[in-house]
Each structure stands twice: as C-alpha cells, then as structure tokens.
Design a binder for this molecule. Sequence first.
Ligand SMILES: [Zn+2]
Length: 175
Amino acid sequence: MALGKDYATQECSIASALEVVGERWTLLVIRDAFYGVRRYNDFLVHLGIPRAVLAARLQTLTAQGILEKRRYQQSPPRDEYVLTDRGIALWPTLRALGLWGREHITHVRLRFFRHADCGTELGPYGECPACGTVVPVPDVEVSPGPGLNPDPADPVSRALLKPKRLLEPVAIDPV
Ligand SMILES: [Zn+2]
C-alpha cells in the first residue's frame, strides 16, 4: 500500500472511520440514502456525480456493510441500495456535520428535521425537546427550509420539496 494513502499509523477511531467514509462523495451518498434515495439513477441525478465514482462508492459502501443491495426488478436485473443498521448508525455524525456546516459556513437554513410524531424541531443531539427522547431515525421528518431552491431541476430534489420521513423511499414523479 502506498505511503500517505491511508491513516494506518493513526491509533484513532476517527481515522478508522475515515478509512471507510472519508472519501469524497461518500458521505453525500449516505446522506441521500437517509433521504430515501435508493436507485443508481436517482443518486446520479441528485448528486451530479460522475458515473464511475458513484459506482465505486456504492460498491465500497456495500462491501463495508453500510448499504445493502436489494433486487427490485428481475428482468432486466436492477438493484436498489438501502442503509443497513451499520449505515443508519451514521445518522448522528451526518446530523452534527450538517449543523456545523450551517453554523460555521453556510448560515442558511436548507432543511428542517422534526420529530414526525409531534412536529417539534430536533435539538442538536437529535433529541426532541418536547418529548424528551432521542428520536429514532425513521421518526425524523425532513422538510424544506427557506434557503432551499423552490424550483430545482432534478426530479429527486423536486420530490424532496415535500416533507417526508428519513429512510422512506423518495416518491419521484414520473417524468
Ligand atoms: Zn416530539
């Protein structure tokens, strides 16, 4: 293995995690999976990612047990990619990264994350301040904030203009 390509000398669990999720695009593929994106073409149009890179990231994430392939069509064979429990466990990381980005870089409210059961916005640690519980990922509702483009070009972004629960497959209108 070439020197400098990994963090093998680091005795650190952050370094170990970055070996798995630290490549460019990887966390955004995982983010989309939380939003309910499951199919190759939907990742492609939503991320605007080169095809070869997307294929490589999906393969790595599947090999690492973060995404799981599920066949949804037999002929021609088509698979979709769904987060495993190991992948869903990355939610607090993505949530914290998003909050940090908003507070320190973008200063724009792009999406709201709420407890679906009561409509209260999540606190910084993914908790519902009204219910006093950490909200399970499937009970988090994502909805557009004022900073989000209200007329996006791609069908996945358009579908995400409607409030939905995380992990629930995104409902894309046929073109
Ligand atoms: Zn609540």
